[in-house]
Design a protein around this ligand. Structure first.
Ligand SMILES: [Zn+2]
Length: 476
């Protein structure tokens, strides 16, 4: 099976020197475009230092450019410089607190530093923005598992005092709330009044007053009850702010006001964040903290390279498939029942995805199909064996370079099946494919093993090309 290779299209830029109509500004934009392409090329080749240098230069003229900051932060993270990567992701979040890649990147980096609790919080925020994102889910799952496994003391976070609020709420807001309480105004009206008040700085909501556990499922009617109690003077202003923050966090009230801070406040936040990072660094060396990385891809590739021959059937692939025994068959009610004995290679420990169990889905897939051989109906049955010499098919999961964009291959009818677990093309580092992709490649290759050729039907599993998805790559 071949991978669809995305070929980067280089925009050819024609500079009309004869008429010299190109302004400096346009020229500068084009130079920037070329530089961004250059950086990208270094990036996908795993030359992160070169890529970072280019992004740094470009950021000098445009220090808050989110897409440049994002690329630089990912390159830094991939090169193992978590602290500087965090600083760039933090700059993005200061401008755009809901940026999914930045929230995920923060999570991954904090995980790489062994601050699993903080990592999990960021990934949870990322999932709130993008609940179906498999990559974030994969990271969160691993980090939550590690967090349970190891005892560590989370580094204390400095509390920002930059955004202090006097805690005042104009008296008449209480009237508005009580009108809402007795349904004199609708939910929508109430929420848009509040939105207006926040936007125009009539009420300032301090970000730090929030409910302890915002994960609990609560409803608008619950807030209504709380605010009603507040309007009757039964609970303090701090409770009002907590409810406001809940409304904002759960998108009942749209507010970018809260994050609109002055440069001084932003600088102060950055100062505190940098202090936090320094404290983390000190704690790591003080505690001699053992860190398990939330992306297992690098660990897997190391194990593969260490025990290359064990995981790869490279020599057997060179053998002719005729050296493998033929599958046996019997004819029952005019149907060929063809029995394949399959030898399954081990997997290296540490692989987060159990591909042996997904292989059962592949077997079931082909066993449920009605095929044809010698113009007669045929059914497949798979049976695993621990004995290589009696197996008709050998299966292994590999990392080796099987050729440009090759995801897996198999002998036709019997022989060896090799399926790729990941590759280097997403972001220049080895990245594992997600479990569905590996299963799809496996099903296709086993199709060849039982004698099927490629088809032109895109919907058919035997279509020759496929684009796999990655399990952990941030650039995906
Ligand atoms: Zn194929």
């Amino acid at each position: 099976m071949k991978k669809i290779i995305k070929i980067a299209m280089y925009v050819a830029i024609i500079i009309l020197t004869t008429s010299c109509i190109m302004s400096n500004e346009v020229l500068a934009q084009n130079v920037e475009k070329i530089e961004i392409e250059n950086a990208k090329e270094h990036f996908v080749n795993g030359e992160y230092k070169q890529a970072v240098r280019i992004y740094e230069q470009l950021l000098e003229n445009d220090p808050n450019n989110i897409s440049l900051l994002k690329m630089k932060a990912i390159a830094l993270s991939n090169s193992g410089d978590e602290l500087n990567s965090l600083k760039d992701f933090y700059k993005i979040i200061q401008q755009d607190p809901n940026n999914v890649i930045a929230l995920t990147g923060m999570g991954v980096n904090f995980g790489n530093l062994g601050e699993y609790k903080e990592a999990s919080n960021y990934l949870e925020s990322a999932l709130k923005e993008d609940p179906d994102n498999k990559i974030i889910k994969n990271y969160k799952q691993i980090i939550d598992e590690i967090n349970i496994k190891y005892r560590y003391t989370p580094t204390e976070k400095p509390v920002s005092t930059a955004v202090k609020n006097n805690g005042e709420v104009p008296i008449w807001v209480k009237n508005t709330v009580s009108w809402w309480g007795i349904e004199k105004i609708t939910d929508d009206d109430f929420l848009s009044i509040l939105e207006y008040l926040i936007k125009n700085d009539i009420i300032k909501i301090p970000k730090e007053s929030a409910f302890e556990n915002t994960k609990e499922l609560k409803m608008l009617s619950w807030v209504k009850g709380n605010l009603n109690a507040w309007s009757q003077g039964e609970i303090p202003n701090s409770e009002f702010f907590k409810n406001m923050n809940w409304l904002i966090e759960n998108k009942f009230i749209k507010s970018d006001k809260i994050i609109q801070k002055t440069q001084k406040e932003l600088d102060y936040e950055e100062y505190l964040f940098n202090k936090y990072l320094r404290d983390i660094k000190n704690n790591i060396s003080k505690e001699k903290r053992y860190i398990e990385y939330p992306n297992p891809s690098q660990d897997v590739i190391k194990k593969f390279l260490r025990d290359y021959v064990k995981w790869n059937f490279e020599q057997q692939v060179q053998m002719s498939s005729s050296e493998f025994p033929d599958p046996t068959y019997e004819i029952i009610n005019d149907v060929y029942i063809i029995k394949y004995k399959v030898y399954i290679n081990e997997q290296p420990v540490g692989l987060p995805l159990d591909h042996v169990s997904t292989l059962e889905n592949t077997f079931k897939f082909w066993e449920s199909k009605e095929l044809e051989t010698n113009n007669q109906k045929a059914k497949m049955i798979f049976e695993t064996t621990k004995l290589k010499h009696e197996a008709n098919v050998w299966i292994t999961w590999v990392v080796r370079d099987m050729g440009e964009g090759v995801l897996g291959h198999a002998h036709l009818g019997k022989g060896v099946v090799e399926v790729a677990l990941g590759d280097y093309t997403c972001d220049g580092s080895f990245q594992l494919y997600d479990v569905e992709s590996v299963e799809t490649i496996m099903t296709h290759e086993i199709g060849h093993s039982i004698g099927l050729q490629h088809t032109n039907d895109r919907a058919n599993i035997m279509y020759p090309s496929y684009t796999p998805s990655y399990a952990y790559c941030l650039l995906n």
